[in-house]
Design a protein around this ligand. Structure first.
Ligand code: AMP
Ligand code: MG
Length: 487
């Protein structure tokens, strides 16, 4: 039996068959002494990979980049992007795509090693990643998956046994990322800017085949592609808002065309409700603040729409008008997703004219009393109003609650089914920053049990189980939490 057969690798690489300007063939760099730090059994199984074989020396050799599976054609993808509004040439500077695993369910997913060494797109970087940030991506992406939010997944983290130089020396690591694909808004920007219209069409057709096969039926496939991408992003960003997730670096190279959340750098979850919340140390202007995410989402989509202009109509002006029309629909699409989600968070099954006002009043009160976002909805769900914030004992909240209860009583559904809906819509736990940090600190000291416990809790955030109570608490320290990019 070959190693491939033992592990279950079944790789194709359709991306490698695209025009050669789209990527560069590159092997992952080898590392000194790889050690498997964490392996995701669920993901492994869904990929048709043997957990046991992945844990063997041969399996770990692949997860660290020391060996590539027999039928892999490793490559680094070229892309561009607007970083904080400024257009730049980018590309996989520290990631290598091993190929596309064909899963037992017949799906095609990218297997990418992040932190796999230098590539032609590394610019000044070392191509490497540190253990802390790779485990952080693992925890938060799996947390997002548990929350039911489209996201790339994490198969494994391997420590390399090599130090990497940042502000201090840090242990190096490689993350195996699993994604529907790594096609980004920035991929289209790269092709639109530096390749011809034929190549652009090839990329668009490839994207349609891979992520939006139903679009092939359309008489205007590229316009329909734009519409569908806008729909998925309106859905995704509404989901982020509903759980208080702040991506932190919504540059166009970090927005996928598949509609999955990608690139867990400086992201973090909001504790205290505040539209202006920013965690990223470099986001000094608050460009990617919590309340700005929908606006930045549509800004990125406008950049995507621009790349499609040559495919939308022969007449540029007409094409631009078509693109603008679609972009202008984002706001309503987003709002509809958000309202549906918010209604569910309040146990409401149907639409009533005043719902939006009811929701906004609650959020305003949360802001005023500096209430914890997740815990306020949790309190409403379990009807436990002994929260630490002053909100739930305030008179204005009592008035609001009376109105909410009246609203609930106007619907036909039982109280029980309302509560059920709330439990499914309001996570009891989120990857709280202090918990994530605690897990990472322990891991750096060689104790992985804290992280494993946290991951177990985050796998089912809607369970409302007693063992989650401990993880619901907001942090006690008042030091503002800071996150970092380019780690
Ligand atoms: P990010 O902020 O993680 O989205 O990365 C932005 C760009 O910088 C991407 O093109 C990355 O591939 C590249 N990059 C980030 N870190 C490194 C590194 N250590 N070495 C080389 N390139 C990097
Ligand atoms: Mg990125």
């Amino acid at each position: 039996m070959t190693n491939n057969q033992k592990v279950g690798w079944k790789l194709d690489n359709s991306y490698a068959r695209l025009p050669e300007t789209f990527f560069t063939d590159v092997m992952p760099s080898s590392v000194r002494s790889p050690r498997l730090v964490i392996l995701n059994q669920d993901v492994a199984e869904s990929l048709g990979l043997s957990v046991e074989a992945l844990q063997s020396d041969d399996g770990i050799a692949v997860l660290s980049g020391n060996k590539v599976p027999e039928d892999a054609t490793p490559l680094a993808q070229a892309y561009a992007g607007h970083q904080f509004g400024h257009f730049t040439m980018l590309g996989d500077g520290r990631a290598v795509l091993l190929g596309e695993q064909i899963t037992p369910a017949g799906e095609r997913v990218d297997i990418q090693l992040k932190g796999a060494g230098r590539t032609p797109y590394s610019r000044g970087g070392d191509g490497r990643a540190a253990l802390g940030p790779m485990l952080r991506e693992y925890i938060i992406s799996e947390g997002m998956h548990g929350l039911g939010i489209p996201t790339t997944r994490s198969l494994a983290v391997v420590s390399t046994g090599e130090p990497i130089i940042r502000e201090t020396e840090l242990p190096g690591a490689v993350l195996t990322r699993v994604a529907a694909s790594h096609i980004r808004v920035g991929t289209f920007q790269y092709v639109a800017k530096w390749c011809g219209v034929e190549e652009l069409k090839i990329l668009a057709n490839y994207t349609i085949t891979r992520h939006y096969p139903e679009v092939k039926q359309s008489a205007t496939p590229y316009l329909t592609l734009l519409q569908e991408v806008i729909k998925r992003q309106a859905y995704l960003i509404a989901k982020w808002q509903l759980v208080g997730f702040i991506h932190g670096v919504m540059n166009t190279d970090n927005m996928t065309i598949s509609g999955e959340t990608i690139d867990y750098g400086p992201c973090a979850f909001m504790d205290t409700y505040d539209q202006a919340t920013v965690f990223s140390s470099i986001d000094t202007q608050g460009r990617y603040a919590y309340g700005n995410q929908p606006y930045m989402g549509v800004w990125n989509l406008a950049r995507f729409a621009e790349t499609l202009i040559p495919l939308l109509d022969e007449d540029d002006e007409k094409a631009l008008k078509l693109a603008q029309e679609e972009i202008s629909k984002f706001a309503d699409l987003y709002q509809a997703n958000w309202l549906t989600g918010m209604r569910a968070k309040l146990g409401l099954f149907h639409h009533e004219e005043q719902d939006e006002t009811l929701i906004k009043r609650l959020l305003e009160m949360m802001g005023k009393y500096k209430a914890d976002y997740t815990n306020t909805f949790r309190a409403l769900t379990i009807e436990n109003f002994n929260d630490e914030s002053a909100l739930l004992s305030s008179e204005e909240f009592m008035d609001w609650k009376t109105e909410w209860e009246q609203r609930l009583s106007r619907q036909e559904e039982s109280k029980g089914s309302s509560q059920q809906l709330m439990k499914q819509s309001n996570p009891s736990v989120i990857p709280r920053n202090h918990r994530v940090e605690e897990a990472l600190k322990a891991a750096e000291d060689g104790d992985f049990t804290v992280m494993e416990r946290l991951l177990k809790i985050l796998a089912d955030p809607y369970a409302y189980s007693p063992d989650q109570e401990e993880y619901c608490k907001r942090p006690t320290t008042k030091i503002p939490y800071r996150t970092f990019c380019g780690t």
